[in-house]
Design a protein around this ligand. Structure first.
Ligand code: 6PG
Length: 246
């Protein structure tokens, strides 16, 4: 597994670079005769990448793409706080993709009611339905993640129960970043990908980036945990890379 670090001039360049890599990655899966399985994320950086991918939407065959979420905010299905609602607006409403290939985490007003543990279990089952025997989910072609200033990624926060949860997907409560209740993939799934892309921008992330790239423990700095089978890419702007040796 290789770690690739790319430092780009600004947040817009990070989004454009990630979108370009996304197009290449999905096309490579299709050229291999496979559907592409991609994991998207929420947060400002993750959604700006989706908006940038929308600029290239017509370059891809979306009928052969499966979309998953590394984490989701556990709120009603039409809440603007949901990562999938934001992803719909930024990208998915603009492409023709079969509904059953957009794998949404059940909402708090969905079939499992206001029970994030049941929603997490249902999402784990959905992942397992698309997995090779014995695996927790499909091998994702790319799993995109953002990170927080204290080093969280997906909805795994430092020293939180999710960071020690052995199930492939779990509920998260009392999350320091609102909304407080979420559903997240955990370690095994977050590394069940050919490539993992950590995408982050801004000076506020610089200390956590430095820690994650210096071998920090994933309990303390969750962003240090996810690893792509073939490659882990860090796509940073100059501010987020501000504490790395030049
Ligand atoms: C979420 C996320 C979360 C996010 C980071 C970075 O649902 O909030 O999945 O892990 O990616 O907090 O968010 P920003 O890019 O907004 O800093």
């Amino acid at each position: 597994m290789t770690v690739d670090l790319e430092v780009l001039p600004d947040a817009g360049s990070v989004a454009r670079r990630a979108a370009m890599l996304f197009v290449e990655t999905v096309r490579a899966a299709h050229a291999d005769g496979r559907d592409a399985h991609v994991v998207v994320t929420g947060g400002g950086t993750g959604i700006s990448v989706l908006a940038e991918i929308a600029q290239h939407a017509d370059e891809l065959d979306w009928a052969r793409v499966h979309v998953w979420w590394g984490d989701e905010r556990f709120v009603p299905h039409d809440s603007n706080d949901r990562n999938d609602v934001q992803a719909d607006e930024a990208l998915l409403a603009q492409v023709v993709i079969p509904t059953e290939q957009v794998h949404r985490v059940p909402a708090s007003d969905g079939p499992y009611g206001d029970d994030p543990d049941a929603a997490a279990a249902a999402y784990a089952e959905e992942l397992a339905r698309h997995a090779p025997a014995g695996a927790p989910g499909p091998l994702f072609d790319v799993l995109m993640l953002g990170m927080g200033e204290e080093g969280h990624t997906a909805s795994i926060f430092p020293h939180s129960p999710a960071a020690a949860d052995a199930r492939p997907v779990c509920a998260v409560r009392d999350c320091p970043k609102p909304p407080p209740t979420r559903v997240t993939m955990t370690w095994e799934l977050l590394s069940h990908a050919t490539e993992v892309w950590m995408m982050t921008t801004g000076a506020g992330k610089a200390a956590a980036v430095e820690a994650a790239l210096s071998g920090a423990d994933r309990m303390a700095v969750p962003a240090a945990g996810p690893q792509g089978r073939e490659r882990t890419r860090w796509l940073l702007d100059q501010s987020a890379a501000g504490r790395l040796p030049s």
